[in-house]
Design a protein. Structure first.
Length: 259
């Protein structure tokens, strides 16, 4: 498959009618018939989840399933940053002086990601992490650090995949896909949680519009697998996990440096 064929296939999925039909189907009761096959195909471990697989009324509802209380303990060690999701820590480190970061050999621009003039300036030379959620993972997003919400905004319209093929042949999906941003400020300084939509469905639903969050509080839910990008203004965040490591929501993934 060359880049032109791949791009053509993606553009077909950008058809508004196709996207509308797909969203309608995955939210329908009929789509629930696909859940048993999905669980088997992706080997989803249902032991941590609140409800029996037969209780979900649609595929969309299944994707945003809730976990049992206590199954995702949140690190409360001082100055720790918690994983916002279950997923693979795809990349982490320091943003460059121009506010860009690299994921699987592809440079992404924080300015393009945030899509608001001036929003990326204070994050230049800051810290970043990218978390990838496969279709089988827990799909709710939580606050990585405590803080008060400064602003929320959306960018993008359509989405391409965020898997390995996208990075090899596509554009810069983490900075171009449909996405919702939440900027907060707290003891860890100012940081942004960018919730990146996946191919076709683009379902990202805020769980709460409260004005502040404690570490581990639920913020939003994905309809299908995608990614979360964390941007911290502070340059002294020390990431404790290596790229490629699977982490669970609430697990300590970084430590703040000294002010």
């Amino acid at each position: 498959m060359n880049k032109r064929v791949y791009t053509t296939m993606l553009e077909l999925t950008h058809n508004p009618l196709y996207a509308k039909l797909l969203r309608s189907f995955v939210s329908s009761r009929a789509s629930s018939l696909l859940i048993p096959g999905f669980i088997k195909t992706f080997q989803v471990d249902m032991t941590d989840y609140l409800e029996d697989p037969g209780s979900y009324r649609s595929l969309q509802q299944f994707f945003s399933r809730r976990t049992l209380e206590g199954s995702r303990p949140v690190t409360m060690l001082e100055k720790t940053i918690a994983s916002p999701v279950d997923g693979v820590l795809t990349a982490c480190g320091s943003l460059s002086g121009d506010g860009s970061f690299e994921v699987k050999g592809v440079r992404h621009s924080a300015a393009t990601l945030l899509a608001v003039t001036g929003a990326a300036e204070r994050y230049q030379n800051g810290s970043f992490a990218v978390f990838y959620l496969s279709p089988k993972e827990y799909h709710r997003i939580h606050a990585a650090s405590a803080g008060r919400v400064l602003r929320r905004w959306a960018a993008g319209e359509y989405s391409e995949p965020v898997n390995d093929m996208a990075f090899l042949l596509g554009r810069t999906p983490l900075a171009d896909n449909y996405r919702l941003m939440t900027e907060m400020e707290g003891e860890a300084g100012r940081y942004i949680t960018a919730k990146i939509g996946a191919l076709n469905v683009n379902s990202i639903t805020p769980s709460s519009l409260q004005e502040s969050f404690e570490k581990g509080d639920e913020m939003a839910a994905f309809g299908f697998g995608s990614s979360v990008v964390l941007l911290y203004e502070r340059p002294d965040v020390k990431w404790k996990k290596e790229a490629g490591t699977f982490v669970r929501q609430g697990e300590a993934v970084a430590v703040e440096g000294q002010r």
